[in-house]
Design a protein around this ligand. Structure first.
Ligand code: FAD
Ligand code: SF4
Ligand code: SF4
Length: 482
């Protein structure tokens, strides 16, 4: 080992410079600045090069973390990039938005008492450096293959499958109902977590590499699944999970109550310079309003932090469990608190107040009771504990379910699970329809970008095997007939 590793003993964990909350509240820039090269090398050198790297085991794409940390510590960034990009199609995106506290960094086993290696920040630094130096290349195949694959959905799952299949030489066509490539990376996740230019440069690489984009095409409306099956040798369904869960409390039908995705999409579109439809008494914007967001996941965190940046008068997040039991990333809660969001834990809405437009929310305090079958404590309202908060904008961020694809695609033979996700054989990623594969949130339920990437990679390998097996079969039949 050329460079001295194990620097965790003398060097503290240090993330790249975090911008001050007062600055962050005023703009849409990312929270962290870039690592300086010496800082990245130092932080990478804190790794103790474990024989059994738990960080890697808990990374969904099995990133070879110790190797690229060592290469970064040695300043060999082009090699670090080669290794990092061999297992992950979007390392700079995962480095920014993976919940590292629950994945790689949360399982980093530097000795007790020392904080984990800043794996995500180094991963982001390696690939940002690679982009700056022109090391990131479009997926150009060594040889073209005649077969084509259609991918429905241009989110991270579909983009990954497209890159891998194109590299193998297939003719790849992506169909998406949106007007831009990126799925939730563009219209869900706000700029302060992931700047749009970072997603755009990935989309541009795919196009440069020959992936054909068919945007503003909704499968089930503009063309049918059957048509696409006839057009391509294999299909990938990567349509995500968009059916918003709702609340049923009195007053929920009042004006100025929105679903999180409508709110975030409007905000992201405004940032991209698009015209945004107007709602009730103005554009869908939190400026000057008392905002209440209901929910405790990543989506709720993105809503509260968006409202802060839009200049809301106050921003509250109501969640029925406590801080320790929320599904969102702890890091995001910390960012939100620093930016002035008030979290009201153990609270659940009972009614929405107002005449025509929302004026407030009546909520009840919650006690966490005994654990249910899933091991989570059941929230129980505390009688007589109701209280009200002002709200003239209410955002529901209660999670997402998959849409009813067999109905939307008019394909009753497309089997689903009892959660409505598409049923696949996990060894082949194939659905109940021959040659139709599925990946990402539509098979996992609302999940993470890194899992969609893993599925996209797995599906590309499975499709390659599937198409080659068909080609071999065809050749054998022709030989037999000759
Ligand atoms: P998507 O990204 O949803 O892409 C699906 C694509 O399919 C979309 O472009 C859609 O337009 C298209 N489509 C759907 N139906 C059709 C149709 N019928 N015809 C044509 N096209 C269609 N994950 C993280 O790891 N970290 C985070 O910080 C994080 N934050 C999040 C914040 C928010 C607000 C949300 C909603 C999610 C967040 N996630 C986060 C989850 C993550 O974005 C998803 O898990 C991931 O994007 C799933 O990828 P996908 O490719 O399966 O689907
Ligand atoms: Fe960690 Fe995500 Fe990167 Fe894996 S992909 S190393 S989990 S940040
Ligand atoms: Fe390095 Fe931590 Fe991974 Fe061990 S678990 S190899 S110390 S990053």
């Amino acid at each position: 080992m050329g460079t001295e590793m194990l620097k965790f003993v003398e060097l503290e964990q240090k993330h790249p410079e975090k911008r001050a909350p007062a600055l962050r509240r005023r703009d849409w820039g990312e929270v962290y600045d870039d690592f300086r090269p010496e800082a990245a090398a130092d932080q990478a050198a804190r790794c103790s090069q474990c024989g059994v790297p738990f960080c890697q085991i808990h990374c969904p794409v099995s990133n070879n973390i110790p190797d690229w940390l060592m290469l970064t510590a040695e300043g060999r960034l082009e090699e670090a990039y080669e290794i990092s990009s061999a297992t992950n199609n979007m390392p700079e995106i995962c480095g920014r938005i993976c919940p590292q506290d629950r994945l790689c960094e949360g399982n980093c086993v530097i000795e007790k008492g020392f904080e984990s290696v800043t794996i995500g920040a180094v991963e982001r630094y390696i690939t940002d450096t690679a982009f700056r130096n022109g090391w990131v290349k479009p997926p150009e195949p060594r040889a073209e293959r005649p077969q084509s694959v259609g991918i429905i959905g241009a989110g991270p799952g579909g983009m990954t499958a497209a890159e891998e299949l194109r590299r193998l030489g297939y003719q790849v066509h992506i169909y998406d109902r949106y007007d831009r490539v990126g799925g939730l990376l563009i219209y869900g996740i706000p700029n302060f977590k992931l700047e749009k230019s970072i997603v755009r440069r990935r989309a541009d690489l795919l196009i440069e590499g020959g992936v054909q984009m068919h945007l503003n095409v909704e499968v089930g409306r503009d063309c049918s699944l059957a048509e696409l099956r006839a057009r391509h040798d294999a299909l990938v369904v990567a349509t995500g999970a968009y059916k918003a869960r709702d609340m049923s409390v009195p007053g929920i039908g009042l004006g100025n109550i929105f679903q999180a995705m409508d709110y975030l999409t409007a905000s992201n579109r405004k940032g991209l310079g698009d015209d945004v439809p107007t709602f009730d008494d103005g554009t869908l914007d939190a400026h000057g309003r008392d905002v209440v967001v209901v929910g405790g996941g990543d989506t709720a965190m993105d809503c509260v932090r968006t409202a802060v940046r839009q200049g809301a008068r106050s921003v509250r997040c109501l969640y029925r469990r406590d801080r320790a039991n929320m599904p969102g990333s702890m890091q995001e809660v910390t960012h939100a608190e620093e930016e002035g969001v008030e979290f009201v834990w153990l609270s659940s809405p009972e009614a929405v107040l107002g005449d025509t437009l929302v004026e407030g929310v009546r909520a009840v305090r919650i006690h966490l009771g005994v654990a249910d079958a899933s091991g989570r404590q059941t929230p129980q309202p505390i009688p007589g504990s109701s209280y009200s908060v002002d709200a003239d904008l209410l955002i529901k961020a209660l999670g997402f379910d998959p849409e009813d694809l067999p109905a939307l695609f008019d394909e009753p033979a497309l089997e689903t699970t009892r959660w409505g996700t598409l049923l696949i054989d996990w060894r082949t990623m194939m659905t109940s329809l021959d040659g139709v594969f599925a990946i990402g949130d539509i098979v996992r339920g609302a999940s993470l970008v890194v899992w969609a990437i893993k599925d996209g990679r797995d599906a590309a390998s499975a499709i390659h095997r599937y198409i080659q097996a068909k080609a071999d079969e065809g050749a054998a039949v022709s030989r037999a007939a000759a």
